[in-house]
Ligand binder design. Sequence first.
Ligand code: ADE
Length: 412
Amino acid sequence: MESKVKDLSLASEGNKKINWVKEKMAVLNKIKDEYIEDKPLKGKVVSICLHLEAKTAYMAIVLSELGADVYITGSNPLSTQDDVAAALTKYGVTVYSWRGETAEEYEKSLNKILDVEPDLIIDDGGDLVSKIHNERPELINNIIGGAEETTTGIVRLKALDNKNELNFPMMSVNDAQAKYLFDNRYGTGQSVWESIMRNTNMVVAGKDVVIAGYGWCGKGVARRADGLGAKVIVTEVDPFKALEAKMDGHRVMPMDEAAKLGDIFVSVTGCKNVINKNHFSSMKDGAILANAGHFNVEINVEDLKEEAEQVKEVRENVQGYQIGDKTLYLLAEGRLVNLAAGDGHPVEIMDMSFGLQILSLLYLSENDLLPGLYKVPKHIDKKVANYRLKAEGIEIDKLNTEQKQYLETWKI
Ligand code: ADE
């Protein structure tokens, strides 16, 4: 199968981005050094559906260096960076993806990387697993297993697994500590604000910022908003998370109330229709709307279109919706703002997430697992954390024998 990207002449720009992250992805480099001679993925076909930017590209390159035959597409029609996609084709990875794919093209790209009958898959949001189970079950027998990157994908996998309908092993990378404590919290926290600020060029300090959802990602976005000087309001449906938000110092209220107060709204719930027509009508003129959840269903863009008398592209990645005498500004069409209009999470953070991905694929190919959803084994999680600590030049204490015994006994 041949690669299909927007424009191969963009490769040299993409290559600069890949070279930049390559030097900073110490965990991936360590894993590469450890396994490159043995080529443990030799003969394995790996199909990947992930946001295609430089860090993802470097992971695909490492997988290929470990012997895999790698095929990749983007996990969102807007998150593929065309220069990176072009550059990646020069490393022996087959790429089928470009920014701005239509819904039909997106489906076709997913099918293309499945046509190669993968042994292993990497998914971000569950689209590959869903397609395999619903439309291409003939592929199941060949699949050794896969790994899922994100919270939304895990929700979908759990639903499938609970019905005993997940037909191959999937590793829940998202639930590893070296993933969610850093990627979901600090990664989303930084990348969401980086994207909102670069696309609006507006100040955050002093603004009322409404954050819908206080999971690991919401907590990160709130914390960084706080650090930037915003006055944070959190909306939640979970009583524990609502209390946690309150005790972290934020105001907590229903979206109906928050809608009237917010200057900037960020949805990060994983649920649908969280900001909808009931809210648009009470928002202030100039309010900015951004989504940081995986799917573009959190802000009801259809409602927004219906309410608006006029829609204008006011700046790259910013659409103005004129409703009566006010304008609401939607970023990145309501798609996940940090990737559709930004570079995604910082490099050191994706280094850990992607380290977990590669080690999970190695684990799957070395162990014959039954179908189902699996946690990443603790030794892999710890290995990634230790590699990253080493890269940061940090040493930590070790338990001595006496301390170990103390922790293992119930007697004092
Ligand atoms: N870069 C690649 N995949 C990503 C993800 N799921 N979140 C943030 N940045 C990414």
